[in-house]
Each structure stands twice: as C-alpha cells, then as structure tokens.
Design a protein. Sequence first.
Length: 166
Amino acid sequence: MLIIEGALYADGTPTPDLGYVNDPTDLGGETKGGISKKAFPNLDIKNLTLEKIVSLYHVRYWRAAHCADWSAPVALMVFDAAVQHGPVTAIELLQEISGTKPDGKVGPLTRAAVFSLDNGYLVNRYSLRRARFYARIITKNQSQTRFIEGWHNRLVDLVDSAWTFL
C-alpha cells in the first residue's frame, strides 16, 4: 500500500517525501502516504512520519475494515479500498458483491456470505465494483476525470498482487 501511495520505493525503502502531494484538483486535498487532509483535517499532513502513517493505516483502515477477518487476497482488496474510499465504503462494496445488505457493518451475515464465495471471484468482482465506483465519481464531478488512468492502473496492480495469494 505504501508503495502505491508513493511513500516507499519498490524495495521497501522510504521515498524522501513519503508520497507527499498537494494537488488542488484532488478532492482528498493534501495527501502524504495515502493519508489525506479530507480524512484527517486536524493532522499536519506535510510533516507526517512513516511511523504515524503506518499507525493510521492499521487503526483507521485495516482494523476498521475488518481486514484481519478476510483471506489475504480479499483483505488486500478491502484494505486498499478503505484507504482510498473509507472503511465503511470498502465494507459496503464487499457486501454488495457478496449479496448482503450494504450497511457498512460487518456481522455474521456478511462474514458467512464472504466466506461462502471463491476468493478469485471476490477479487475480480471487487475490482470491477470499484471501477464502477470510480465512474460514478467522474459522473458526479468531471474535474476528477484526470485521475481515471491512475485509478485503473492502481486496480490492475492491486488485482495482480491479490492473485499472488490465490
């Protein structure tokens, strides 16, 4: 995840700026290592450390999206969506593709539905559902069109990574 967000090089060493971006057209606002000003309005984004970014990832995204409950490929898909769209949306997308009520809350029905499905099916359906989610973002706000190639590249890389666990 930190590689995708520009905080780490492919070999795992930190980049000098940890992926800091302040693009005025990005609705997330100022961002560093995938941590956005929109999601954390009271944080000094520019001065976040790698340790703080990792801590936020764990508490606010990994745990909040129940990623430890899922198989590795599904957890990777849900975790990435949680970072980009928020943990409630990430869970709602998983619920939609698993045929349960998309309420953003993980309970026994969601777990049973997810566990009953093939992991490869879940990875593919989740990525397709996120592609539709991106299309809706653009439909609502044409200024976000400039990000679509990057979003789709992110999904391709993510699916490739998830498939290494299958």
